[in-house]
Design a protein around this ligand. Structure first.
Ligand code: SF4
Ligand code: SF4
Length: 106
């Protein structure tokens, strides 16, 4: 049986090993108005306005996904719901890296 002190030590060691963010931004191009506030707020400078499938329509997107802190400042900056935080970190990373931002038109 482990003591409480040992369990605390294991938990601390586990947290120290875990450096991946618990959350990642998820962009909803449909909701984005292109103001750029989220880009300005990112302390890592990894968001950039990126052209969608529609000419001259830009939304935030990122390529340097491993630099994201998961801090959520970008999502906090958005009043439109154009960028929110998700716990599906790997899915969000893959989407940024493999997809082009897409706006669906009627
Ligand atoms: S996601 Fe929100 S804050 Fe970022 S550019 Fe779009 S509307 Fe502006
Ligand atoms: S979660 Fe933080 S580090 Fe990641 S893109 Fe948003 S503002 Fe930048």
């Amino acid at each position: 049986m482990t003591s409480l002190r040992e369990e605390d030590g294991h938990e601390t060691a586990r947290k120290e090993k875990c450096t991946a963010p618990a959350r990642m931004p998820w962009v909803s191009p449909q909701n984005c108005e292109g103001c750029g506030q989220c880009v300005n707020r990112c302390p890592r400078g990894i968001l950039s306005m990126t052209e969608t499938n529609v000419a001259d329509v830009y939304v935030p997107w990122m390529k340097q996904v491993d630099k994201c802190l998961g801090c959520g400042l970008c999502a906090d900056a958005c009043v439109m719901g154009g960028i929110v935080m998700t716990a599906y970190v790997e899915m969000a990373k893959k989407r940024f890296l493999t997809k082009r931002p897409t706006v669906y038109q009627d």
